[in-house]
Ligand binder design. Structure first.
Ligand code: SAM
Length: 171
């Protein structure tokens, strides 16, 4: 009885929200480390800039942004399982990046100076008007693999990994 109650609680608290995040945003797939580094170099990231990752998965990219580029980093992650893994990874890598268990569609991005995401074409279509509404002029948007409908990229980088990197700048 206690065993089955425990399983129901785990499924309700950890597994269902994770499946929901994968459904409304994207399932967990990781941007190669070389691509996040290349993207940050290409968009001219400067130490201290405010960097948001929309759907930060296991926290790999926010660790790079914080520890290797000195960015003021915030990762948003809706899946409680991935949020916990990110927290552990940040602790183990001794990073000052912040991770928040939040829905990226419902988080105000006005403070961002660089935004990174690796989601799906459907999610990018949903984000395009949010970026237009909320981001300040000059904010850089980096999307791994998928373009941002209705926006003209400033740069497209072909990588040896499967995905292209699209870089945009809010007018
Ligand atoms: C394709 S993975 C990318 C992970 C990481 N950004 C990377 O590039 O390695 C997409 C991530 O977005 C998260 N996600 C999906 N929808 C979300 C939402 N609405 N709010 C926050 N995170 C979301 C998923 O849980 C998943 O971790």
């Amino acid at each position: 009885m206690i065993g089955s109650t425990f399983i129901v609680v785990i499924v309700a608290v950890l597994v269902l929200p994770t499946l929901y995040a994968f459904h409304i945003g994207a399932p967990i797939l990781c941007t190669p480390k070389s691509s996040i580094k290349r993207a940050l170099e290409a968009c001219g990231a400067v130490k201290g800039q405010k960097f948001y990752e929309l759907g930060c998965g296991t926290g790999r990219n926010i660790i790079v942004a914080s520890n290797e580029f000195g960015l003021n980093t915030i990762g948003l992650e809706l899946s409680p399982i991935l949020f916990l893994i990110s927290k552990i990874n940040l602790f183990l890598r001794n990073t000052t990046a912040d991770v928040r268990m939040k829905n990226l569609y419902k988080t105000d991005l006005v403070a961002a100076e660089i935004v990174f995401c690796f989601l799906t074409p459907k999610a990018m279509a949903k984000l395009a008007p949010k970026f237009a509404r909320e981001l300040k002029s000059g904010t850089k948007i980096i999307s791994y693999c998928f373009s941002l409908p209705g926006w003209q990229p400033k740069k497209i980088i072909n990588t040896n990994n499967p995905g292209k990197i699209f870089i945009y700048e809010k007018a």
